[in-house]
Design a protein around this ligand. Structure first.
Ligand code: UDP
Length: 254
C-alpha cells in the first residue's frame, strides 16, 4: 500500500490527501487535549466514536439542506470529506451558560440564555483563540459580510435542528463549536460546514440529571470519559456493532 500524503495534523484529527482531487481523508485520533494543548491524554475509542457521531450528525444536516464536507465513512476511524479552505473562525453557539462565557461574564453555569447566542473566536493557537466581533471578521477580511451572514444563518439552523435531535434522546445541547470552509467547484464557491460535530466540541448534558456527556469530563477530571462518549453514541443508536469491544479500531494511519 502506498503511503498517503499527510496534508495537516491537528490535535484530534489528521487529514490525508483523498483518492480524488478536491477530497481529503479525515482520520480521527484517540488523542484528547484541553486548555489549548496544555492538558493531553488518550481516550480509548474516542476517535471511533467521534467518526460515527460526526457522520451521523452531518448526514442528518445534509438531509435538512445544510451543506457540509462529509461524503462517506470509509472505516472505523476515517471519513472521506470535501477539501475546503477553512475560514479561520470558530463559531460558538450557546443555549445555556457554561465554560468560558461564565468566567468572562460572571454567569452561573447552567443558566438558560434568553436566546441562542452566537460568538466568534479567531482560530489561532498562538493567541489562544481570542473572542472577536463581526466587525473584526469583516475588517480583517477573514470572511466577507455575505459569508458571515450565511455562517450565522447556518449556525442557528444547526442549533435548532441539533437541539431538537438531542432533546429527543434525553440530552440538552448546551453549546457547541462549528467551523466553516470555502468549497470550490469550478467557478462556483460555496461556504459549507466542515470539521466535526461530536462530544469533543459540544456540551451535552443529560436532561434528567444534568450529568455531563462530553469533553468537560476530561477537561475537569470527572472520570468516565469513554462511557460518556459511548452513551451519546448509544442514545443516537449508532454504537459500533461489536459494542465497546469494537471501539479500539485499527489505529494504523497508513
Ligand atoms: N470549543 C471547541 N474548541 C475550542 C473552544 C471551544 O470545540 O477551541 C467548544 C467547547 O467544547 C464548547 C463550546 O465550544 O462546547 C464553548 O466553549 P467555551 O468557549 O466555553 O470554551 P471552554 O470552556 O471549552 O474553554
Amino acid at each position: 500500500m502506498t503511503r498517503r500524503r499527510r496534508v495537516y495534523e491537528g490535535k484530534a484529527k489528521v487529514l490525508f490527501e483523498g483518492p480524488e482531487p478536491g477530497t481529503l481523508v479525515q482520520y480521527f485520533k484517540d488523542d484528547a487535549t484541553a486548555f489549548n494543548g496544555v492538558k493531553k491524554s488518550t481516550i480509548t475509542g474516542k476517535g471511533v466514536l467521534n467518526n460515527r457521531i460526526s457522520e451521523h450528525l452531518m448526514v442528518r444536516l445534509t438531509d435538512i439542506g445544510i451543506p457540509n464536507h462529509f461524503i462517506s465513512r470509509l472505516n472505523m476511524r476515517e471519513q472521506l470529506i470535501k477539501e475546503v479552505e477553512i475560514i479561520p473562525i470558530e463559531v460558538i453557539v450557546r443555549n445555556v451558560a457554561a465554560g468560558s462565557i461564565c468566567t468572562r461574564l460572571g454567569l452561573t453555569e447552567g443558566t438558560a440564555l434568553p436566546r441562542a447566542l452566537v460568538e466568534y473566536c479567531l482560530k489561532s493557537d498562538e493567541l489562544n483563540d481570542p473572542i472577536i466581533s463581526e466587525e473584526h471578521i469583516t475588517t480583517f477580511n477573514w470572511a466577507s459580510p455575505q459569508e458571515l451572514d450565511e455562517i450565522m444563518n447556518m449556525s442557528l439552523r444547526v442549533n435548532d435542528f441539533l437541539s431538537g435531535l438531542f432533546t429527543g434522546i434525553g440530552i440538552k445541547l448546551i453549546d457547541f463549536k462549528l467551523e466553516f470552509g470555502r468549497f470550490f467547484d469550478g467557478d462556483e464557491m460555496q461556504v459549507i460546514l466542515a470539521d466535526e460535530i461530536s462530544p469533543d466540541n459540544c456540551r451535552l448534558w443529560d436532561v434528567a440529571t444534568n450529568e455531563k456527556l462530553d469533553k468537560d469530563r476530561f477537561r475537569r477530571d470527572l472520570g468516565g470519559v469513554e462511557d460518556a462518549y459511548q452513551e451519546v453514541a448509544r442514545r443516537l443508536g449508532i454504537l459500533p456493532e461489536g459494542g465497546p469491544s469494537d471501539l479500539k479500531g485499527s489505529s494504523s494511519m497508513q
